[in-house]
Design a protein around this ligand. Structure first.
Ligand code: GLP
Length: 261
């Protein structure tokens, strides 16, 4: 794991955007795994700016989103599909045919999940997966005790996640769906690179457990310790409980320029 402590969320998000942009410039038909939530918003804004000002070309890029609510149609503002079109896809030159988001409206959910996994394989696998972290250490919607071998499937949200996400539903917990479809942890571990973003004090416990805790299914993100290429961008508040924070800063400050992002 490479831990990069940034002074704030914008600087961390811009650094992550440079990693994404570098991949797309080197491999124009890159396959990106994308996340929703408030965390990646600045990253997406920066990618939109790079597209507009620097000609960053998404025309051959393929995307697979991590997750989606069950029984929330794509035209509903709370759906992750709506979120992605609103906050990224409508503002870049992505080919809509190359956009993949789990289908929460599928009548046969297991078949739809299997087809999603198959589509990832057919696309050549995910080159770079963007991840946020839930306050309970979840990635995608892989809640605590999710199998490290899991693939795309239906999951039930924890009460904590329902509570956390109520802010997107006018603060009304009763409006938050209890079921979702999410890529599995096995799916995420197959990505060639993972970029994890975590900002704010409410993520500091999950961040510390992910990076410095034992690898355990109760903190799903901790499995990333076993991933060969994971970069974690945090801001100072999210880094507050990292015991080795000074070491991570020292390592990054002493990297040769070509190794930095
Ligand atoms: C949500 C999403 C995750 C996201 C996480 C954190 O429930 N399913 O993909 O990373 O929880 O959300 P936020 O970035 O809003 O804190």
């Amino acid at each position: 794991m490479e831990i990069i402590i940034n002074k704030d969320a914008p600087s961390g998000s811009h650094a992550a955007a440079r990693v994404v942009a570098k991949l797309i410039r080197e491999k124009p038909d890159a396959v990106l795994g994308l996340a929703t939530g408030s965390t990646p918003l600045i990253l997406y804004q920066e990618l939109i700016r790079m597209h507009r000002d620097e000609g960053l070309d998404f025309s051959a890029v393929t995307t697979f989103n991590l997750d989606e609510y069950v029984k929330v149609p794509p035209d509903n503002e709370q759906s992750y599909s709506y979120f992605m079109w609103e906050n990224l896809f409508s503002q870049i030159n992505i080919n809509p045919e190359n956009v993949h988001i789990p289908n929460g409206m599928a009548t046969d959910i297991p078949a739809s999940c299997a087809a999603y996994e198959q589509a990832i394989v057919q696309a050549g696998g995910i080159d770079l997966q963007v991840l946020g972290i839930g306050s309970d250490g979840h990635v995608g919607f892989n809640e605590p005790t999710s199998s490290f071998a899991s693939r795309t499937r239906i999951k039930t949200l924890t009460r904590q996640t329902v509570k956390d996400n109520a802010r997107f539903f006018g603060g009304d917990e009763s409006q938050v769906p209890h079921h979702c479809i999410t890529m599995g942890i096995g799916t995420i571990m197959d990505a060639r690179m993972n970029l994890v973003l975590a900002f704010g004090a409410n993520k500091s416990r999950a961040v510390a457990a992910t990076i410095e805790g034992p690898v355990a299914a109760v903190i799903p993100a901790s499995i990333l310790q076993h991933h060969p290429c994971t970069r974690i961008f945090v801001d100072e508040p999210a880094a507050a409980h990292l015991k080795l924070a000074d070491y991570y800063r020292w390592v990054y400050d002493n990297k040769p320029a070509w190794q930095r992002v």
